[in-house]
Design a protein around this ligand. Structure first.
Ligand code: C5P
Length: 229
């Protein structure tokens, strides 16, 4: 299991300060950085390149969802940017996902593409309101489509990791919604690091519990420690 830190802070300077602190205290192998919508819209490709120059592996989390041609063009640009992982929405469908998998094979790309299943901010009621089914059922259908399309894996909560792995052990799972203590923010399907490790998530994504902490490095150390247990 690897840790990915979400750089969602209000300024590039704050994100960069954290990235440099991480660089100083931990190895490249241990920690990836996630550039999401806020940072990318504000700081763009230049910010990604700065982080790459610091030696980080980058997860570009733009959660793209569009017609197949537009998605394909966007995935191609992410590949050219040299990011290591990116997100699409699984509900974009098989045609888009198949063409993305084909493009990445043609380009011999190492970039991993993971498809968002049910956002971790959904509880059962919120999910049902949109998809008219339970989270387990919805994720099961999406994960089957993702697998059949040849996409690398899914973004899900800890509660769906085993279900996804039961479809295929080769499906990669990325789990946000990691909390060190109980919280009342927008994330509804949460778990702590030890549970994530036990369940077998491949990648945990942690944002606010790290960047809102006074001792950010201390929190990261605690997470890495829990990952070893
Ligand atoms: O601050 P927090 O730990 O909740 O950050 C989680 C990060 O993971 C955020 O950047 C969010 O955009 C992202 N994410 C998520 N749920 C998904 C996909 C990505 O929370 N399904």
């Amino acid at each position: 299991m690897k840790l990915c830190i979400a750089l969602d802070m209000p300024s590039m300077q704050e994100n960069l300060k954290l990235a440099k602190e991480v660089r100083e205290h931990f190895s490249n192998e241990e920690i990836w950085l996630k550039v999401g919508l806020r940072s990318f819209v504000r700081d763009g490709r230049d910010f990604v390149r700065i982080l790459q120059d610091l030696g980080f592996r980058i997860f570009l989390d733009l959660k793209i969802y569009d017609i197949p041609n537009t998605m394909l063009d966007c995935v191609y640009e992410c590949h050219k940017l040299g990011v290591d992982m990116m997100t699409i929405h699984a509900s974009c469908g098989k045609e888009a996902m198949r063409s993305i998998a084909k493009l990445l094979r043609k380009e011999s790309s190492d970039m991993r593409v993971v498809a968002v299943s049910a956002l971790t901010s959904f509880d059962e009621d919120g999910f049902r309101e949109i998809y008219n089914t339970s989270i387990q059922h919805g994720v099961n259908s999406l994960a089957n489509i993702v697998y059949e399309s040849g996409i690398d894996g899914l973004v899900c909560s800890i509660d769906e990791v085993l279900l996804i792995k039961s479809i295929s052990n080769t499906l990669f799972t990325v789990t946000p919604g990691i909390r060190l203590e109980s919280s009342s923010d927008d994330q509804k399907r949460t778990a702590n690091v030890k549970v994530a490790k036990k369940i077998g998530s491949d990648f945990i994504v942690v944002g606010r519990p790290i960047y809102n902490a006074i001792d950010k490095v201390g929190v990261i150390k605690q997470i890495l420690n829990d990952m070893k247990l």
